[in-house]
Design a protein around this ligand. Sequence first.
Ligand code: GLA
Length: 403
Amino acid sequence: MIGKAEIGERRREFAARFGRGREPDLYFAPGRVNLIGDHTDYNGGLVLPLAIAEGTCVLIRRKGAPPARLYSANTGWETEFDPREIVPRGDWTDYVRGVFFFLARSQGLPPPFDAMYFGDLPLEAGLSSSASLEVATAISSSSLGFRVDGEEAARIAWRAENEFVGMSCGVMDQYAVSLSRAGHLMLLDCRTLQYDFVPFDLPGTSLVVGHTGVSRSLLDSPYNLRRRECERALGLITAVVGPREDLSQVTLEEFEAVARALPEVPRMRAEHVLRENLRVRLAAECLRGDDPQGVGLLLNESHASLRDLYEVSSPELDTLQEISLRQPGVLGCRMTGAGFGGCVISLIRDGSVREYLEKVPGLYRGVTGHDPLFIEASPSAGAKKLDKRTGSAPDTGHSATAR
Ligand code: GLA
């Protein structure tokens, strides 16, 4: 969590870099972790993510004349661009440029501005640092006169990532980052974009996220290949059962009737998607019915399916999952997000969290040689404007949005 002291320091840094004047406005967008429902979003399926306390802040202030200046305090990278001519450059600022590109299309060109980004999300760790950067930018645009509510911020951020950066991701990350509610998970239907909130109050349990120490960029991963494999599966299945918009509209009965005739890869991918949707539904029921053991079993099944049927796990994710499951009080554990590196999420009895955090890093390092990183994930609110002095926000339970 980004504290008051850091915000004060960053405000001084902003003034030193960009000059004194009106106090810049301050916005925050969290990262996200997905409890269950992976590789379902771009198949029109269900997901159950939560926003975490870690995220991205932006200090932003309108200025008189171009260029706009963007600065990342974490990396020290600074760049300029002319808001009248927004084109991709192939670096981190494309996530920001992409948002302004789509805002410019719908609401007109942005005025010149200075923006300084900082945060506490590990990059390329599978915690949605890119969606966090995009959504923080989208909501901060209200400081420049744009009108963007939480849903619009999620949509613009998703378009920036898909159509400007060129990463064909689903909608889960941008929706969770923008619209999550504190203390809840978001049950999102990625076809209809309808969502509901499921309280996270399983008695005596906590969620712990463990980063394998293996980073990955989705752009260089087989993510897009998996999407194409799902499209192929859909083509083969619908040739028999009739037209459907996406894999999630095929029922399990229909799938089982054709499964034997399918080639191995499309069969495995489709089976994962259909059963994962079912697990999301069941997990939401277990959460509502105070059944931590039920949630734990579903997490384990999801991991096995992502490893064996969808083939997006990695030796490090499997090792961390297996070590986690051997610890007392761990009810379930799975890889979370796209896979190929990144994080696992574990559901652990409160009384066992401390022991878990003491023992697991050494055990994991001993097997893999990688340094893991653990965070206790407390379901947090989505993106919001913060008080520029104190860094705090009245928690309305909804994502705050630009006005
Ligand atoms: C990444 C993508 C999401 C989703 C997950 C896998 O995080 O950005 O849209 O597809 O992978 O569930």
